[in-house]
Write a protein that binds this ligand. Structure first.
Ligand SMILES: NC(=O)c1ccc[n+]([C@@H]2O[C@H](COP(=O)([O-])OP(=O)(O)OC[C@H]3O[C@@H](n4cnc5c(N)ncnc54)[C@H](OP(=O)(O)O)[C@@H]3O)[C@@H](O)[C@H]2O)c1
Length: 343
């Protein structure tokens, strides 16, 4: 396992992070892993060198945090050896989710951020969270209010680093400017959907993070299992995407499967392993958040830690789903080339 700096911070995280969204029950059809199996999965991940674990308060309404905290204790790993990340924003009661009441039990208000952090600490059984992330954009809370609440949690030592997820580039840029202007804690990382068949972040978010020194943590790196290749012949017997077609995949997604299969055959590994290795090796990517419903999938995915694809293999895979240049990027390149020629 190799380790990377999380953005500009001094924190070092394994290049594969274990995502705990499958831990617990009741989160769509994703939560399927009970405590005993989670204990094994966390132990196997630690043995493979994983020091980075990601969860969220909304994953099975707190169960994922409880199970992850318990599994880390069962593994007997020293607190200082692991980096635990969780998230806030989702609705933490049915009424809040439906918008029928309990209105403050969701979102990114100062009230909810502070209360949610205390609740996550209790469920995880920890006295600090290494990386506390906002789970997305909250249209009703000013960014300043959220950032001030996060900064207070950092100053109180309840949170060591802050991160964000699912923000558009313009909002992330505004948030970084607000933190800089106020001298407050700034986001160290972005957690975003990124896979060989979900490459939207390459347009704006990824260049922004590289320029500003934020760590990038891709979520759903197999696009919910699609990049294992098991949907190629239709619906597999067991598969999350059979009932929950998420996250969206590119219109030309199937074009990725041939080259993936070819590289996988040549290297004697699974298609999933190649898809994860491609992502781990993309410039700007810090740690790929892997997900698994069982030990077999986890072991398969952990193989991506040691699989170094050659420049030719990377290029062949990238070319299969290369996103078109969006305006104004193609204009910037066109004008830039002329400018460089004249200098
Ligand atoms: N910030 C956010 O908004 C956000 C959103 C989503 C996820 N995340 C984070 O990202 C982590 C990973 O996301 P994800 O679970 O969606 O990742 P993923 O790798 O895209 O999908 C994982 C699912 O794919 C299938 N799978 C995994 N490995 C496989 C293999 N080797 N062969 C065949 N099938 C395989 C399993 O589902 P089946 O067996 O059911 O097919 C597994 O549950 C989460 O745990 C969470 O920490 C964050």
């Amino acid at each position: 396992m190799q380790y990377s700096q999380l953005g500009k911070s001094g924190l070092r995280v394994s290049q594969l992070c274990l995502g705990a969204m499958t831990f617990g029950q009741g989160f769509h059809n994703i939560g399927v892993v009970a405590q005993a199996q989670a204990d094994e999965m966390v132990r196997v991940a630690l043995e493979a060198g994983v020091n980075f674990f990601d969860t969220a308060d909304v994953y099975s309404q707190g169960q994922s945090e409880e199970i992850l905290g318990s599994a880390l204790r069962a593994a007997g790993v020293p607190r200082e050896s692991v980096v635990v990340a969780t998230k806030v924003r989702g609705a933490m009661s049915t009424e809040a989710a439906e918008g029928s009441g309990d209105t403050n039990n969701a979102g990114l208000s100062r009230k909810h951020v502070i209360e949610a952090c205390h609740a996550s600490l209790r469920r995880l059984g920890l006295d600090y969270i290494d990386l506390y992330q906002i789970h997305g954009f909250d249209p009703v809370t000013p960014l300043e209010e959220t950032l001030e609440a996060l900064n207070d949690l950092v100053r109180q030592g309840k949170v060591l680093y802050i991160g964000c997820s699912n923000l558009p580039a313009r909002t992330l840029a505004k948030a970084l400017a607000i933190s800089a202007a106020h001298g407050g804690a700034a986001f160290s990382s972005l957690q975003a959907y990124y896979s060989l068949v979900g490459r939207d972040i390459e347009h704006e978010l990824l260049p922004l993070c590289r320029e500003e020194g934020l760590g990038v943590l891709p979520w759903s790196p197999l696009s919910g299992g699609y990049l294992s290749g098991k949907y190629r012949q239709g619906s597999p017997e067991v598969g999350r995407r059979n009932e929950f077609d998420f996250p969206p995949i590119a219109a030309n997604a199937a074009d990725a499967l041939g080259p993936l299969e070819e590289v996988a055959r040549e290297r004697g590994v699974s298609i999933a392993c190649v898809a994860l290795a491609w992502l781990r090796q993309q410039p700007g990517v810090t740690s790929v958040i892997i997900g698994a419903r069982n030990l077999e999938q986890l072991r398969d995915n952990l193989g991506a830690a040691d699989l170094e694809l050659s420049p030719d293999e990377l290029q062949k895979l990238s070319a299969a789903t290369q996103p078109p240049k969006l305006y104004p990027q193609w204009m910037i390149e066109f004008q830039g080339a002329a400018r460089r020629r004249s200098s």
